[in-house]
Write a protein that binds this ligand. Structure first.
Ligand code: GDP
Length: 462
């Protein structure tokens, strides 16, 4: 249990209508009443929770701001502790002064994610739900919001609990029978639990499968624009950014060598890297550009290879195509500048004339031809109607999928042991391993390092 009282600014530090400073812990009420008075000189009353009090925050007998104060009594708050929220005016300086006032009145500055960590430690939410809180905040597309809110409401946790329930039931029966053979019959128990284990294995496999899309939902699709100088890479990026339905977000970390942009189209997010930023001497351009582009392409989920279709393919195109195929990179071949071709009544280039089926699209970044088709195509490649439309549990976290895979492995071991006719006590070890591994997802088998690592990813005030 935590016994100190923490505080932080819960809203963004930008100019806004309202800013919220949140206080949580046993001394929340004492702290607020050291600085708050309502217009009749009254304070926030302990035994009247869930109210909104209008009044003023005073610092050194001067009014700092006119505020609304909301009070929640333990355990009926997000953290499970006494909680106070101060709605003050939303200027960054005002919010800082408000937080200082609260700290001077006795609160400690919260660490990133500490409110949510307390909610977890106080049993208000489990670990998968706590992770969903970060995901909701970081969501960049509607699918991601949907998946993380479902996880917050317990979709993943409930499923994991269901699986664990089955495992513990089987283990308990075997243990009981080993302890008390007179009352529990273990003969053929392997055969008896086999259908259950097969069904557990299938359920986990289904969950693991959703991660293929879940990762893209949560993190976006890492997309690399590749191509020779002047093929139209930057123009393509601009055309995608300019597409009406695409939402563009600024991303920190734009480097001199590679431009990174995040684009949301319908319910997918593209993290696009364009490596066209390198421009030095003519020769060097190709070399450095290609090297950087190659490096980016290797780590990408999808490569958009832009080809200038007005000029014949050469050795260097061939090498790029070889590189893409040798590395098994998922690639869309974009035949650009089709506006120039059509006027000359020509056909687009043959992709090195090889008999390999390649996904090609004709585009023109000047007329916009093919750009919305391109986005639509990517959308179709990375969404699975059955996942996004049904309310199926979607695994979006690598940590969860790892635990699911390990648990599945242990379950398969039990299946093998049964098939090999091994004695029942062999089963329990693997059954318990699977049970524990699944417990890690919801934090019921807690490792302190893991918990600390998860909460360190949070932003301040959450
Ligand atoms: P990058 O070096 O691959 O990034 O190429 P840029 O995007 O800078 O484009 C090179 C040149 O091709 C610029 O002059 C563009 O205006 C032109 N360009 C790019 N796409 C098209 C297109 O679809 N049609 C036409 N006509 N010109 C284009």
């Amino acid at each position: 249990m935590t016994n100190d009282t923490i505080a932080a600014i819960a809203t963004g530090l930008t100019t806004s209508g309202i800013g919220i400073v949140r206080i949580s812990g046993p001394e929340s009420y004492e702290i607020i009443n050291r600085i708050f008075v309502n217009k009749n000189g009254g304070s926030v009353i302990l035994n009247k929770p869930n109210r909104i009090h209008y009044g003023f925050i005073n610092v050194s007998r001067e009014t700092l701001d006119e505020v609304l104060v909301m009070n929640m009594r333990a355990p009926h708050s997000f953290t499970g502790e006494d909680t106070i929220e101060i709605d003050c005016h939303g200027g960054p300086l005002m919010m800082k002064r408000m937080l200082e006032a609260v700290i001077d009145a006795g609160a400690r500055l919260a660490e990133p994610g500490e409110f949510t960590k307390r909610a977890f430690l106080n049993g208000r939410i489990d670990l998968a739900q706590a992770e969903a809180v970060i995901d909701v905040i970081n969501s960049t597309n509607d699918s991601s919001i949907k998946a993380s809110v479902a996880q917050l409401k317990g979709s993943v946790s409930n499923k994991v609990r269901e699986l664990r329930e089955e495992l513990i039931h089987a283990t308990a029966f075997i243990e009981a029978a080993l302890d008390d053979p007179e009352h529990y019959e273990l003969d053929n128990y392997g055969d008896e639990i086999m259908p259950k284990l097969t069904s557990l294995h299938k359920s986990i496999e289904e969950l693991v499968k959703t991660y293929k899309y879940g990762r893209f939902v949560r993190e976006g699709i890492n997309t690399c624009i590749l191509g020779k100088p002047n093929a139209g890479k930057s123009s393509l990026l601009n055309a995608i950014l300019g597409e009406e339905r695409a939402i563009v977000t600024d991303v920190a970390g734009t480097t001199r060598d590679a431009i990174k942009e995040t684009v949301t189209y319908k319910n997918i997010t593209l993290n696009i890297v364009d490596t066209a930023g390198v421009r030095e001497t003519e020769d060097k351009v190709e070399r450095i550009g290609v090297e950087i582009a190659y490096k980016e392409a290797i780590g990408a989920d999808l490569v958009l290879y832009v080809i200038d279709s007005t000029i014949p393919m050469d050795e260097s195109d061939k090498r790029i195509i070889e590189f893409l195929e040798a590395n098994g990179l998922k690639t869309l071949y974009l035949l650009n500048k089709t506006d120039l071709l059509r006027s000359k009544n020509e056909d687009v280039v043959d992709l090195c004339g090889e008999n390999v089926s390649r996904e090609t699209l004709k585009i023109s970044t000047v007329t916009g031809e093919g750009i919305s088709e391109l986005l639509e195509k990517i959308h179709d490649m990375y969404t699975d109607g059955s996942i996004t439309e049904n309310n199926q549990v979607v695994i979006t976290s690598e940590r969860h999928v790892e635990s699911l895979r390990k648990a599945d492995k242990s379950i398969c071991n039990v299946i093998e042991s049964i098939e090999a006719g091994l004695p029942e006590d062999f089963f329990t070890i693997d059954l318990m391993d699977a049970y524990k591994e699944l417990g890690l997802i919801i934090g019921e088998e807690t490792e302190e390092d893991l918990v600390n690592r998860i909460f360190s990813e949070f932003c301040m005030g959450k």
